[in-house]
Design a protein around this ligand. Sequence first.
Ligand code: ZN
Ligand code: ZN
Length: 258
Amino acid sequence: MNTGVRISQWLSDRLKQAEMLLSPSRYSCIACNGSYTKRGELPLCNTCSAAIPWILHTKCECCGRPESCGDCSRRKETFFVQNRSAVSYDPIMKEWLGIFKYRGHEKLRALLGKMLLHAYHMHHRQMGPSSPAEAYTELLTYVPLSERRLDERGFNQAQQLTEELSRLTGIPVIGLLERVRHTDKQSFKTRGDRLADLQGVFAINPTALSILQEMTARTTVRMYIIDDVYTTGSTLNECAKVITMELDVAVYGISWAR
Ligand SMILES: [Zn+2]
Ligand SMILES: [Zn+2]
């Protein structure tokens, strides 16, 4: 290479570098793959970010629904204190969850996990401040999948979201529940069928039980059950029932969507 060529090569490299420094960084939106320049709290473009149907106020104290709620008033016994969800389960959120759940998209896992923080913070705001005398220990757990479903999917989406929330809040995760019986897809069932179908589905893991028995003898425990979608509350209620039958803990639901 002669000197002239080397100099022009050097110049063009420097020019490219200068160009890169001057032009704003471009990021790729996790949800739609579109590129964007202004980085917000979530790794999304403006359009996707604006499309999130955050739940900002709640009407039903129990389940955190923004509208009036028949499910909670119909429920005969409620074993959880309250549930809070981050977003409304609209078609766009359904699509995002689908990408995460069926294609195991890693980045969406982090996104949905971060969105869960909104539900967790709402829980705290709406529970009010607790006095030092009411000190408690927080623990996270998740709605388990059946072996069959776990084999099909390869991972439990609720468990993954729980781990993300744990990473962000520092609250430990305990694998407390097991699914002892497989149930068919709940979403296709009537309310009555769902309730009957869920009886005896969950059990407490014996090792986790003994850890928690020891813990609850010393301190008050707030147990959060994490799930991706809250529908009627029957799954959360059944999980809470199994837990509160054996343990002196207050159970709360935190779900990504409802
Ligand atoms: Zn986007
Ligand atoms: Zn409700």
